[in-house]
Design a protein around this ligand. Structure first.
Ligand code: DC
Length: 231
């Protein structure tokens, strides 16, 4: 049997990390974990419990409730994918809302939230055979991951993809709002004190501005093969 590795994919918002990560996981028969979904689930919990006021999260309240926030990924055989559960409730749709998107960067800046999510992510990765995407997977969560990919694409292309995705889901939004949200999340993600988004020194860079998913798969296959043989 082929050795299983950890594939860490980091990069900017809406640059197709999850689409790419899912395609890799499907091909290798690995588990795909969307670490952003975990920060989104915590954010949803905070919104529902009134822990965010005027865009500012109440750190003390959130930290005191961290033990009450249970996040799981449960496989849905109908769609062949894992879905995010918050305290036993499927929240896969709700965590993608604009409201959650606009508060998630602030919530994910809280050190205690990150410590807890990172511990959970490492637990999920113990058996390897996973593809995890996020902002700090190759730098903090799995610094020894056998393969690290850092993804990027131009802001306009990312905004257009996100806009089309929301429209496709029947969510009406203004293109400028979507673009603005992406730019502001880039700034917060890159400049926060704890685990900022940055390329790990040993990550390979993939700018997919002008690439289809299949072209990205062609690019990554030989790299994966080499990493598995080296591991
Ligand atoms: O990947 P995403 O856009 O769904 O992530 C949502 C937010 O969560 C993103 O703005 C930053 C945060 N995040 C993080 O801080 N660390 C991660 N590993 C993943 C996401």
């Amino acid at each position: 049997m082929k050795k299983k590795i950890i594939i860490a994919i980091d990069g900017y918002s809406s640059c197709g990390k999850s689409t790419f990560a899912k395609a890799i996981a499907r091909e290798l028969n690995y588990i795909y974990i969307d670490s952003g979904a975990m920060y989104r689930a915590v954010t949803l919990y905070c919104i529902r419990n009134g822990f965010i006021e005027a865009g500012i999260p109440d750190r003390t309240a959130i930290i005191s409730k961290l033990d009450d926030i249970n996040i799981e990924f449960i496989f849905n055989p109908d769609i062949g994918e894992f879905e995010t559960y918050l305290n036993s409730e499927n929240v896969e749709k709700e965590i993608r809302s604009i409201e959650v998107s606009s508060h998630v960067s602030a919530v994910s800046k809280i050190a205690e939230v990150r410590t807890r999510m990172v511990a959970l992510q490492r637990q999920i990765g113990v058996l390897k055979g996973i593809v995890m995407d996020g902002r700090d997977i190759g730098t903090v969560v799995f610094p020894d991951a056998e393969l690290k990919i850092f993804m990027t694409a131009s802001v306009d292309i990312r905004a257009k993809r996100r806009y089309d995705e929301l429209l496709g889901k029947g969510i009406k939004v203004d293109f400028r709002d979507v673009r603005e949200n992406i730019v502001s999340r880039d700034i917060t993600d890159e400049n926060r004190d704890i685990s900022p988004l940055r390329r790990a020194d040993d990550a390979v860079v993939l700018d997919n501005s002008r690439m289809t998913v299949e072209e990205q798969m062609v690019w990554v296959r030989s790299i994966i093969e080499r990493k598995i043989n080296e591991s």
